[in-house]
Design a binder for this molecule. Structure first.
Ligand SMILES: [Zn+2]
Length: 228
């Protein structure tokens, strides 16, 4: 039984090309633009082609998803100037807490997290691609999933749509490195969240909503495929 995938809602961090319906409640940090939604669909289509053995069509869909507009979106969402536009808290800032170095969760924990969250960003609901699937896509179709050292050399859609784990309560405010404090996020929402408190961004805690499970498996079926 699949659950309804919640729609994205207006965000205080609104990109000019945002597609979200302003009548809905605020849940997003960064709203997906039409170009990002299209790229997400194309990646899913590519996954379906791969599973049917049609690598040529999969490659075409992935090349199509590599939209330069998404590099602009990524740059916009991740620059300090943009984050500087975050609304200021109306109260005294909370004391920040010095934490030990950030710990990368084991791959098994990330897998469990992304599965729990339906392979979607818990803020903006867009489909995300986990690390293992992304690595396999690069091996299967290295020309279509270009990945160099700098952002401009990297596939623009995967820049935005790789799955990350976001600390709902930032570590600088005492947030734990635990699956209870993590949510799956796209890179745009994760970067823009940064170490701000969600309430200071005017964004609802995503854990109050059930994850949107739509029966898709985050394209994990491609992990069965071997490079030719
Ligand atoms: Zn997101």
């Amino acid at each position: 039984m699949s659950r309804r995938v919640p729609a994205c809602s207006p965000s205080p961090l609104k990109h000019p090309h945002s597609a979200a319906d302003p009548r809905l409640m605020r849940t997003c940090i960064v709203e997906p633009t039409p170009a990002l939604l299209r790229a997400s669909d194309l990646i899913a289509v590519a996954g379906d082609h791969l599973l049917k053995g049609n690598r040529g069509l999969a490659s075409e869909a992935l090349v199509d998803a590599d939209d330069p507009e998404l590099l602009d979106l990524f740059t916009w969402a991740t620059t300090p100037r943009f984050r500087g536009g975050v609304p200021r808290p109306s109260r005294e800032p909370l004391p920040r807490i010095e934490q030990p170095r950030r710990v990368q969760p084991p791959i098994s924990e990330l897998r469990r997290l992304h599965e729990r969250d339906g392979y979607r960003c818990r803020y903006c609901s867009i489909r995300v691609i986990d690390r293992e699937v992304f690595a396999r896509l690069r091996r299967l179709l290295p020309k279509a999933v270009r990945w160099g050292r700098t952002n401009v050399e990297q596939h623009a859609a995967f820049l935005c749509l790789r799955a990350t784990h976001d600390h709902v309560l930032p570590r600088s405010f005492g947030g734990a490195n635990s699956i209870e404090n993590y949510v799956t996020a796209c890179w745009l929402c994760q970067f823009a969240h940064g170490d701000s408190l969600l309430e200071d961004l005017g964004v609802e805690d995503p854990r109050v909503r059930a994850p949107g499970i739509d029966g898709r498996d985050g394209m994990r079926g491609v992990l069965r495929l071997k490079p030719q």
